[in-house]
Design a protein around this ligand. Structure first.
Ligand code: ACO
Length: 329
C-alpha cells in the first residue's frame, strides 16, 4: 500500500501596517536610499507595534487559513511554528498562538532554524501527517526581527522587517499533488557569522550584555552572502533531484527574501528565469521565517499559484541552516 503524502491547503499572512522606508534609515544611520536599493533591493519594511506580538499576528494569519480550508480551530491537531524571535522563551509561541486561536485539540511547539524555520517546520509537519497520527497541522513561519535589531548598526538594521505567514498540511492519498520532496541541511560550525549572543540561558541579561549590545543580531554580511548563494543553489538541486523533476518543469521559485542579489544568483544557478521567481523583498525586507509563507499566500491570492502549479521553495539562515521543498499545489 502506498503511504499518503502531505498536501498544503489554505494560506494566510499578517504584515503590520507601520512602514519604515529607506528615507527613515537615512535619518538614523550613515546610509542612503541608493545604497540600500542597489545592494539589497529593499524599499521598505513593515514593523510590528507593541500589541502585534508574534502570537497575535500568527492568529490573524491562521484564521485566514482556517477560513480558506473551511475548518475550525478545533479541527487542528497540530501547530508547528518556526521562528527565531519567540514572544518569550517559555512557553513556546506556538502555545500562545494555540490559546489565542482556541485550538485546544492541537499539540503545539516551535522550531528554531532562523530564516529556514518555515521549511524546517513544513518538513516536521509532513512527518506528522504521514505517520497517520495527525490530520490537520497548521504550519506557521514568522518573525519580529525589529525586536532584536540594533538600530545603530547600518549593516543590519536596514535589512529586517516583521511579519508572519501560515498554511495547513494534511495527508492525501498519494497522487500528483502535495509535497514531492524536501531537503534540510545545517552547518553549526558557522554559527558565529550570524547570531545573537544574549537572551538565552548561557548569556542571561546583565550589564555587560547590555553594554556590548549582545541582545541584538550580529552578522558578518559578506560571508553570509557567499554561503547563502552556495547553499540555496545546492538546496534547489537536491529538491529537484529527489523528486526527479527538471528545472524547466518548475512554474514558480519562491526563495527566502534576504537580498535581491542572492535571489538572482540562486535563480541563475537553478536555471530558472526571473519571470518565474517571486520577489517581494522591495516591500517587506528580510522577514526571516515569514518570507516564504507570506510570498506563498500572495502568490495563491493573486493567481500566480493555481491547482497543479509546481512550486520550488528555498531558504537560508542563521545556523547556518538551509532547506528546500518542492510542492505540486
Ligand atoms: N549603507 C551604506 N554603506 C553600508 C551599509 C549601509 N547600510 N552597510 C554596510 N555598508 C558599507 C560597509 O561598511 C562597507 O564599507 P567599507 O567598504 O568602507 O568597509 C561597504 O558598505 C561594503 O560592505 P559589505 O558588507 O561588503 O556590503 P555587501 O555588498 O556585502 O552588502 C549586505 C551588505 C546587504 C548585508 C549583504 O552582505 C547581505 O545581504 N548579506 C546577506 C544577509 C543575509 O542573507 N542574511 C540571511 C539570513 S538573516 C537571518 O537569518 C535572521
Amino acid at each position: 500500500m502506498k503511504r499518503p503524502v502531505a498536501e498544503l491547503v489554505g494560506t494566510g499572512r499578517y504584515v503590520p501596517d507601520m512602514v519604515y522606508d529607506n528615507a527613515y534609515f537615512e535619518q538614523l544611520v550613515d546610509t542612503s536610499d541608493e545604497w540600500i536599493r542597489e545592494r539589497t533591493g529593499i524599499l521598505e519594511r513593515h514593523i510590528a507595534s507593541d500589541d502585534e506580538t508574534l502570537a497575535v499576528m500568527g492568529t490573524r494569519a491562521a484564521e485566514q487559513v482556517l477560513d480558506d480550508v473551511g475548518i475550525t480551530a478545533l479541527d487542528l491537531d497540530g501547530i508547528v511554528l518556526g521562528t527565531a524571535t519567540p514572544d518569550r522563551l517559555l512557553p513556546s509561541t506556538a502555545c500562545d498562538l494555540q490559546a489565542e486561536l482556541g485550538a485546544r485539540n492541537a499539540a503545539a511547539f516551535d522550531i528554531a532554524a532562523a530564516c529556514s524555520s518555515f521549511l524546517y517546520s513544513l518538513s516536521v509537519a509532513e512527518g506528522m501527517v504521514i505517520s497517520g497520527d495527525f490530520q490537520n497541522v497548521l504550519v506557521v513561519g514568522g518573525d519580529r526581527l525589529s525586536r532584536i535589531t540594533d538600530y545603530t548598526d547600518r549593516a543590519t538594521c536596514i535589512l529586517f522587517g516583521d511579519g508572519i505567514g501560515a498554511t495547513l498540511v494534511r495527508p492525501v492519498a498519494s497522487g500528483d499533488r502535495g509535497l514531492l520532496s524536501s531537503y534540510l541541511k545545517t552547518d553549526g560550525t558557522l554559527a558565529n557569522l550570524l547570531y545573537r549572543p544574549g537572551g538565552g540561558g548561557n548569556h542571561p541579561p546583565d550589564e555587560k550584555m547590555l553594554e556590548e549590545r549582545g541582545y541584538y543580531i550580529k552578522m558578518a554580511g559578506r560571508e553570509v552572502f557567499k554561503s547563502a548563494v552556495k547553499s540555496m543553489a545546492e538546496a534547489c538541486d537536491r529538491a529537484l533531484e529527489r523528486a526527479g523533476v527538471s528545472a524547466e518543469e518548475v512554474d514558480l521559485l519562491i526563495p527566502h527574501q534576504a537580498n535581491i542579489r542572492i535571489i538572482e544568483a540562486t535563480a541563475k544557478h537553478a536555471g530558472i528565469p526571473m519571470e518565474k521567481v517571486y520577489v517581494n523583498i522591495d516591500r517587506y525586507g528580510n522577514t526571516s521565517a515569514a518570507s516564504i509563507p507570506i510570498a506563498l499566500d500572495e502568490c495563491v491570492r493573486c493567481g500566480r499559484i493555481v491547482p497543479g502549479s509546481l512550486v520550488l521553495m528555498v531558504a537560508f539562515g542563521g545556523g547556518f541552516t538551509w532547506a528546500s521543498a518542492l510542492v505540486r499545489w
